[in-house]
Design a protein around this ligand. Structure first.
Ligand SMILES: [Zn+2]
Length: 149
């Protein structure tokens, strides 16, 4: 670790202790050349989850946005809130565990649909109509027929 005062790379750690509720390590360092002291912190690196949209643009994963979309589809339906929260948490966990640096918005949409299908038919159709943006009445009817079977 380079000394911020004299740019020497010869510095020693004189003290090291956990801080911020054990989420970081604080180190006191002394420069071996100029003798000045400074502090460094070590923290876990959180890579942001990136979502790639249909038009090719990218944005960071927004938990609230997914939640709002599902809530909207479940309006006036008897879908328990903790079931909705579970879907969002599952998506977030799946995203964190994937080795890919980004995930497509379509994959998120399909995942939500897959889960809504088991919870509430109306919420499923509402969400599908937004996410799959049905081109025509036929594709909409196909989806409903699949549901009835
Ligand atoms: Zn120095």
């Amino acid at each position: 670790m380079k000394c911020p005062y004299c740019d020497s790379v010869n510095t020693s750690v004189t003290d090291s202790r956990p801080t911020d509720g054990d989420t970081a390590i604080r180190r006191r360092r002394t420069c071996d050349v100029c003798g000045k002291r400074f502090t460094t912190y070590e923290r876990v690196e959180h890579t942001p989850l990136i979502v790639k949209k249909k038009d090719g643009s990218r944005q960071s994963f927004d938990r609230d946005k997914v939640m709002t979309g599902i809530l909207h589809a479940c309006e006036k339906r008897r879908v328990p809130l903790d079931e909705i929260e579970k879907i969002v948490s599952d998506i977030e966990n799946a995203l964190s565990n994937t080795n890919d640096k980004e995930i497509s918005s379509t994959m998120i949409g399909e995942y939500v649909l897959e889960n809504l299908k088991h919870l509430d038919d109306v919420a499923f159709i509402r969400f599908a109509s937004v996410y799959r943006s049905f081109q025509d009445v036929d594709s909409f009817m196909q989806e409903i027929e699949k549901l009835i079977k």
